[in-house]
Design a protein around this ligand. Structure first.
Ligand code: HEC
Length: 137
């Protein structure tokens, strides 16, 4: 149910990114337990990236991106705390696209290159950079 609502939100977004953005976002807000939203004033790519994150990444990385998703305890090493990551955008796009194993990290960080488009990967990394506490000034 929750997932269906999120998928509907993502679909809406891909149909008409501009006009439907706030509608789609409202659905995510009401359907996910206290997600860490893209910040006010974030650009469209960052908003789209947050939807990618809520659809594909929360199970492990958690709604607050702090590495405490429902499945996190199954993995050792644990899913990374993405709010405290010191990795730059280029590295993040690489590990998201090709998976942990490709960069000598855990194979339980899946490769998303088959499932997500390049744009979605760029967008989700833009979202991750925007919520990274290290990037606060
Ligand atoms: C099945 C669980 C799982 C899912 C789903 C998952 N990840 Fe991960 N992810 C991991 C694990 C485990 C690590 C830590 C790998 C390690 O430390 O060796 C990780 C690491 C990362 C890192 C590296 C961060 C750093 O500071 O080094 C990034 C970036 C990342 N994940 C992004 C994502 C994104 C974006 C998604 C969704 C598209 C996602 N992950 C989905 C398990 C997962």
């Amino acid at each position: 149910m929750k997932r269906a609502a999120l998928l509907a939100a993502a679909l809406l977004l891909s149909i008409d990114a501009g006009a439907q953005l706030s509608d789609a976002y409202a659905q995510v807000v009401t359907s996910t337990a206290r997600p860490l939203l893209a910040r006010d004033g974030a650009d469209a790519a960052t908003f789209r990236g947050s939807l990618v994150f809520f659809n594909y990444c929360v199970t492990c990385h958690g709604p607050n991106a702090d590495g405490n998703g429902r499945a996190a305890r199954l993995y050792d090493p644990r899913p990374a705390n993405l709010r405290a990551s010191g990795k730059n955008a280029e590295y993040m796009r690489l590990i998201v696209r090709n998976g942990g194993k490709s960069v000598a990290r855990s194979e339980f960080m899946p490769p998303w290159g088959e499932e997500l488009t390049d744009e979605q990967i760029v967008d989700v990394v833009s979202y991750l950079q925007s919520i990274n506490a290290r990037n606060d000034r």
